[in-house]
Design a protein around this ligand. Sequence first.
Ligand SMILES: *Cc1c(COP(=O)(O)O)cnc(C)c1O
Length: 361
Amino acid sequence: MSNRIYNFSAGPAVLPEEVLKEAQEHLYSFPGAGMSVMEMSHRSKAYDKIIKTAEKDIRTLLDIGDDYSVLFLQGGATFQFSMVPLNLMPPKNKADYIVTGSWSKKAVTEAKRVGAVNIAATSQETNFSRIPKQDELKLDPGASYVHFTSNNTIFGTQFKSEPEVGDVPLVCDASSDILHKKIDINKYGLVYAGSQKNMGPAGATLVIVKKSLLERSSDELHTYLNYKVHAEADSLYNTPPSFAIYIIGLVAKWLINKGGLDAMYALNLEKANLLYNYMDESDGYYTGTAAKEDRSLMNVTLRLPSEELEQKFISESAAKGFSGLKGHRSVGGLRASIYNAFPKKGVEDLVEFMKDFKSNN
Ligand SMILES: *Cc1c(COP(=O)(O)O)cnc(C)c1O
């Protein structure tokens, strides 16, 4: 298959075509270097420019000040489930977690190995179909930090604004909505995200951490587990995922050229509204699984009138070039992941397909 299809995968996920083409053009020999980025020493001048530019462009996009470190690590978001508590929980050894899905639960599992976890709120009783409201949060003012998951990739819900946590540092797993809109980074102590949903290929993890929090990282920690080590080494303590970081850099440049995160957010709203508005006008044929006010702009989860129809939809749509629409098993139904790089035309074409499918079934 040489032509590209519509890729609705939750992750690894669609990348901008312009980025893929540029990477392809320079794959064999990076301009001025005479070798592929994959073949370069991470200590070389050429690579230094690549990683520094990627960091600079991410700082520009999110308006990140000098009081924050921007790190490229490995191990995915999953590894951050451990690194966050190991570095930030001591000395109080207690933290608040807002549980809004499977990923938050996994984060809790690791945090409990380090200290006491207070579940500030959970929406498990409704199978995570909603985001807890501010007045439901039972926050401990003495907690080391408050952890939340900004976008719930599996359940299709998203925080529309940050939970208010007073002076306690806010920690966010933003794996599936990082860079989808501008956030005020100053509200956060730490933000982390695996790269393979909205930023690049798998293999790199972005960590943005307030420098004052690095004082909590104990010298007793294993070296690689220590944020301070990575911050002091500018993400080059050991060999970084060099090619993945290069692609993240190209994606950041692509976002800047598209007009930055405000322009991207406007487009994301347009794309998601196309889909949600049609679902809401379908007389109950397509029903969203998430509470309306908490619907995700990135992962749209929906059901059809029966599981048989859902199966049929998935196989007929796949035959027409709509890939990856099967929902996660814990929700069922369908999920359309429409990250930054997913084209608006793909959403329009999906809505047309949905209309046809409804009238034929
Ligand atoms: C995908 C995902 C993860 C896990 O990411 P890995 O990079 O595979 O470890 C964690 N949190 C959220 C919100 C995710 O979407």
